[in-house]
Design a protein around this ligand. Structure first.
Ligand code: UDP
Length: 591
C-alpha cells in the first residue's frame, strides 16, 4: 500500500552507457533520498551489453526503480553517432503513448518525465498525458549553453558552419573553438531537439558551480539566457556511479600490489557502437566472418539484439564468432543463448561449437547464419581467415598506428599503467586470438611484439570492461588517460585523479580544452599526421606521475575534488535544487 502512495516519476534515456549511467544515478537518488518510485524507460536499440548489464539484474538498483525496455526498432545506419541516436530515439518514441497510458493505469499519475537531450521529442507525448517534461543534460554546462544557442548560430550562418571563423562566441561564456565542434557537434539534425529546450519545465545539468562558474553564471545573468523562455537551469552534479562494493576483479587485485599514486589508467570510454563497427568490417565480410567480442554477463536479450544488429547491417555476413566474457556459471553455457538464437531474424544456427578453456570465464561460440551460403572449405570455428576481429565493445577507437605509438610511449615512460586496450578498428588485427583464450592473446595481436613480456610487472593490459569507478578511486592510481567523455571526467575529478586529455569524438574536444584551462589535465600534441607520437606519450605520462607540473595539476584536481564534495553536501550548490524540486513534486505544486 505504501508503495502505491509514493510519488511517481518516469525517466527516459537514449541508448549508451554514457547516457544511461547519469540518469540512473539521478533515478537512484530520487528513490533512495527522496522516497519516490521511478519508472526508468530504456531504449534497447543499439544498447551495448554494458548498458543491459546496468539495467538488468543489477543488484544495486533499489526496489522502487522499475526498468521498462522500449521495443527494438529498425533504423538505417549513420556514421555520425549523434544522428544515429536521434533516429533511433524518434522511432522508439512511437511506443511511448501506450507505455505512458499503461503506467498511468497501474500506478499513481506521473509527476514528471525526465529525459536526456536526445529524448526531448517525448515532450509532446508527455504533454498529451498532462505530464511536465524535465531535461537532464548529461554533458557539461558549456555544452548545454551551446545547445541552447545553436538555433541562433545556425540562423546567423545560414547553416554554413564553414563560415564560422575560429570561435563560437556563446553569450557570457568562454568562446568555443569551432575546430573542436566539427564535424560531430554542429549538425543540423539536432536542431529540432535544441528548439524544444525552451518548452521543458526545468533543466538539470550534471555539473557544479566551481567547475563551470562562468557558464552557470551566464545562465543566471546574461540577457540572452535570461530573456529566453528557457526554464530554470539547476546544476545537480557531479552525479557519478558509486564504486560497487563487492566488485571482484583481477585488475583491482593487481592495483592492490602497486605503490600508492604510481599507476596511470588508460581508457577511451564505453563505446558499444555496434552497427558502426559492423559497417567498418570490410575485410571481415568479404571473407564471410565477423568475430564479435561481447563483454561481461550477457543477457540473452542483449545477445539477440546484438546479433540482429550485426547481421542486418552486414548482408554478406555468413557466420559470427562470439566470445562471451565473464561467464562464471557453467549452467549459463548456452541454453539462454541457443534460445535467443532461435528468435533472431534472419535466423542463426545453433552454435556449431562451444569452446571453453578449463577454468576460463569466457566462452567462444561459432554460429552460422542459417540462410547464408556455406563457405567453401572454411571452418567457422577458426574465425576469420584474415583474422578480422570486430568487437562490439569498442570505446572510442584508436587506429592501429596510434595504438602502437601509445604502447611504445607507455613502455618508454617506465611508469606503471593499467590499459583498457580495445582492439584497433583497422583491418589488421590478427585473428589468432581464439587459440589462446581471450585477453592476453587478443591484446597481443595488436600491441607491439613482445610488449607484454617487456612491460610485465609494470603494466597490465586488458580488452574487457573495467570497473572504472573502483579503478579511479584506488589509491595506486594517480593519472587517467581519457577520451574526455563527461562521465569519465566527472569520475576522475571526484576521485582526485589528474587527466591526460585525449579526446576522440562528440563534444570531447571542447571538454579537453576546458580541462587543460582549469589546470587539471594535460593534452598531448599530435604530429602533422594526426598521430600522437611515442615521445609525446612518454612526456605526458611522466608529467602526471612525477615532476612539478604534475604536482601542480594534482593540487588543482584535489581542489576541484573538494568543491565537488561541498556542492553535493548539505547546503551545497548541487544538493539543494533537487530536494526543492522533490518537495514540489511531492506536494503536487507543479503540473
Ligand atoms: N566505463 C566502465 N568501464 C569501461 C569503460 C567505461 O565502467 O571499461 C564507464 C565509465 O566509468 C563511464 C562510462 O562507462 O561511467 C562512459 O561514459 P563517458 O561519458 O565517459 O564516455 P562515453 O562512453 O559515453 O563516450
Amino acid at each position: 500500500e505504501e508503495h502505491t502512495q509514493k510519488p511517481h516519476v518516469a525517466m527516459l534515456s537514449s541508448p549508451g552507457v554514457g547516457h544511461v549511467t547519469p540518469l540512473l544515478e539521478l533515478a537512484k537518488r530520487l528513490v533512495v533520498d527522496l522516497g519516490f518510485q521511478v519508472s526508468f524507460l530504456a531504449i534497447t536499440t543499439d544498447a551495448p551489453p554494458a548498458q543491459l548489464q546496468l539495467l538488468n539484474n543489477n543488484p544495486t538498483l533499489p526496489s522502487d526503480l522499475h526498468v521498462i525496455h522500449l521495443p527494438h526498432v529498425d533504423v538505417s545506419s549513420n556514421d555520425v553517432i549523434a544522428i544515429r541516436i536521434v533516429q533511433i530515439v524518434r522511432e522508439s518514441l512511437r511506443s511511448l503513448p501506450s507505455v505512458l497510458t499503461n503506467l498511468h493505469s497501474h500506478k499513481p499519475p506521473l509527476k514528471a518525465l525526465i529525459v536526456d537531450p536526445f529524448c526531448i521529442e517525448a515532450l509532446e507525448t508527455a504533454a498529451d498525458h498532462s505530464i511536465p517534461t524535465y531535461l537532464f543534460l548529461t554533458a557539461s554546462a558549456s555544452f548545454l549553453a551551446l545547445t541552447i544557442y545553436f538555433p541562433t548560430l545556425h540562423a546567423d550562418v545560414k547553416g554554413d558552419y564553414g563560415k564560422i571563423k575560429e570561435s563560437v562566441f556563446l553569450p557570457g561564456c568562454m568562446p568555443l573553438w569551432v575546430d573542436d565542434l566539427l564535424p560531430d557537434v554542429l549538425i543540423p539534425e539536432v536542431l529540432p531537439l535544441c528548439n524544444r529546450i525552451p518548452l521543458v519545465k526545468g533543466i538539470f545539468v550534471n555539473t557544479w558551480e566551481e567547475i563551470e562558474p562562468v557558464t552557470l553564471s551566464a545562465f543566471r545573468n546574461h540577457p540572452f539566457f535570461v530573456n529566453l523562455p528557457t526554464p530554470t537551469i539547476h546544476s545537480i552534479g557531479p552525479l557519478t556511479k558509486d564504486k560497487d562494493a563487492d566488485v571482484e576483479s583481477e585488475l583491482l587485485k593487481w592495483l592492490d600490489k602497486q605503490p600508492c599514486d604510481s599507476v596511470v589508467y588508460v581508457s577511451f570510454g564505453s563505446g558499444g557502437k555496434v552497427t558502426r563497427n559492423a559497417e567498418r568490417c570490410g575485410t571481415g565480410t568479404r571473407y564471410g566472418y565477423v568475430s564479435i567480442l561481447l563483454s561481461v554477463g550477457l543477457s540473452s536479450y542483449g545477445f539477440k539484439s546484438t546479433v540482429e544488429q550485426v547481421t542486418n547491417s552486414c548482408p554478406d555476413l555468413r557466420s559470427i564468432t562470439v566470445i562471451i566474457t565473464g561467464v562464471e556459471d557453467r549452467s549459463r553455457d548456452g541454453a539462454s543463448v541457443s534460445q535467443a538464437l532461435r528468435q533472431t531474424s534472419p535466423p542463426c544456427s545453433e552454435p556449431q561449437s562451444r569452446r571453453r578453456r578449463q577454468g576460463a570465464s569466457s566462452l567462444c561460440l561459432a554460429i552460422r547464419i542459417a540462410n547464408a551460403p556455406r563457405l567453401g572449405s572454411s571452418d567457422p570455428e577458426r574465425g576469420s581467415p584474415v583474422g578480422a576481429a570486430f568487437p562490439v565493445t569498442l570505446g572510442g577507437t584508436l587506429s592501429a598506428e596510434q595504438m602502437m605509438e601509445l604502447a611504445h610511449g607507455l613502455e618508454l615512460s617506465g611508469k606503471r599503467f593499467l590499459w583498457v586496450a580495445r582492439p584497433p578498428r583497422a583491418d589488421d588485427a590478427s585473428g589468432s586470438f581464439f587459440e589462446a583464450g581471450v585477453d592476453g592473446a587478443l591484446t597481443a595481436s595488436y600491441l607491439p611484439d613482445g610488449f607484454s613480456e617487456r612491460t610485465r610487472g609494470a603494466g597490465l593490459v586488458t580488452a574487457t570492461w573495467a570497473p572504472q569507478v573502483a579503478v579511479l578511486s584506488h589509491p595506486s592510481v594517480c593519472g587517467f588517460v581519457t577520451h574526455c567523455g563527461w562521465n569519465s571526467v566527472m569520475e576522475s575529478v571526484v576521485h582526485g585523479v589528474v587527466m591526460v586529455a585525449w579526446p576522440l569524438y562528440a563534444e570531447q574536444k571542447m571538454n579537453a580544452r576546458a580541462l587543460v584551462e582549469m589546470g587539471v589535465a594535460v593534452r598531448p600534441e599530435a604530429g602533422g599526421d594526426g598521430v600522437v607520437g611515442r615521445a609525446e606519450v612518454e612526456r605526458v605520462v611522466r608529467m602526471v606521475v612525477e615532476g612539478e607540473e604534475g604536482k601542480e595539476m594534482r593540487r588543482s584536481t584535489r581542489e576541484m575534488q573538494r568543491s565537488a564534495v561541498d556542492a553535493l553536501g548539505g547546503g551545497g550548490s548541487s544538493s539543494g535544487g533537487l530536494s526543492r524540486l522533490g518537495k514540489e513534486w511531492r506536494d503536487g505544486s507543479t503540473s
